[in-house]
Design a protein around this ligand. Structure first.
Ligand SMILES: [Zn+2]
Length: 252
């Protein structure tokens, strides 16, 4: 008969905990938006409503979480756009709107947004057209709490704001509106961290970090890069809110 090891139960418990923890990105569990993920997916029928929340959050494999540029903030690439279709469509879009037939981005500015919703904006990864035109909508990043999803590589043009997609890195913060975003301090701080890294990486000055509201003026005195051959007139946008822009820019 084999003698029972009194420590065996503890060893098994610790081993199981390590296996469980390694299945998730560390920030995924803590992310506020991630906590609502289960609800979103349940509505779309991919995960049953009663399924445990942590299983519903397991959208990211561990190897999808990488440091941006090797030394930047931790980003989750599990929700990236498929590029095979995106590149030719955004190149054609760029030809129409900016007279440049290319998908390639050399960023000169950063544009900040909120998503007008409190759950992950799946339209940014799944939409195939917007306002009757291809491609769908997509920004480079979506931020919720400490979590950053990267939707498109930084050398690929996004479709986040008329007038600036040929020059901008677009960043979305998950929030219903400006007031809601002003209460999401962790999201704002994560945005500061990401913008700081991007400014250093691409030599972008603070003066070239814009709100979508500034871009929507279509005024070159406000945003020198602004151009759109299809939609040249000003349009109405308030995101991400003047107070939130002041909060972020004060820390850049
Ligand atoms: Zn916007």
């Amino acid at each position: 008969m084999i003698a029972r090891n009194p420590n065996r139960r503890w060893i098994v418990a610790v081993a199981l905990a390590l296996v469980w923890a390694s299945a998730f990105c560390s920030s995924l569990v803590a992310a506020p938006a991630g906590a609502r993920e289960g609800t979103v997916r349940a509505r779309e029928g991919t995960v049953r409503a009663k399924r445990p929340r942590l299983l519903a959050q397991a959208g990211a494999r561990r190897d999808d979480c990488v440091r941006l540029g090797g030394d930047g903030p931790l980003v989750d690439r599990s929700r990236e756009r498929a590029l095979a279709g995106w590149k030719p469509e955004i190149a054609a879009y760029s030809k129409r709107h900016y007279n440049e037939y290319t998908w390639r981005l050399h960023p000169t500015c950063i544009v900040l947004h909120y998503t007008t919703g409190t759950t992950f904006p799946w339209n940014l990864t799944r939409s195939t057209s917007f306002a009757g035109e291809k491609p769908g909508l997509a920004s480079h990043f979506v931020i919720a709490g400490t979590k950053i999803w990267q939707i498109l590589p930084l050398d690929v043009r996004s479709r986040g704001a008329y007038g600036i997609n040929h020059r901008a890195i677009n960043i979305e913060m998950v929030a219903a509106n400006a007031r809601d975003l002003s209460h999401r301090r962790t999201t704002l701080q994560t945005c500061v961290k990401l913008v700081r890294w991007l400014m250093a990486r691409y030599h972008i000055s603070k003066a070239h970090v814009y709100s979508h509201a500034q871009v929507a003026t279509m005024n070159r005195r406000v945003v020198p890069e602004v151009l759109d051959l299809v939609n040249p007139t000003p349009y109405h946008k308030v995101d991400p809110g003047a107070q939130n822009m002041r909060f972020i820019k004060a820390q850049l």
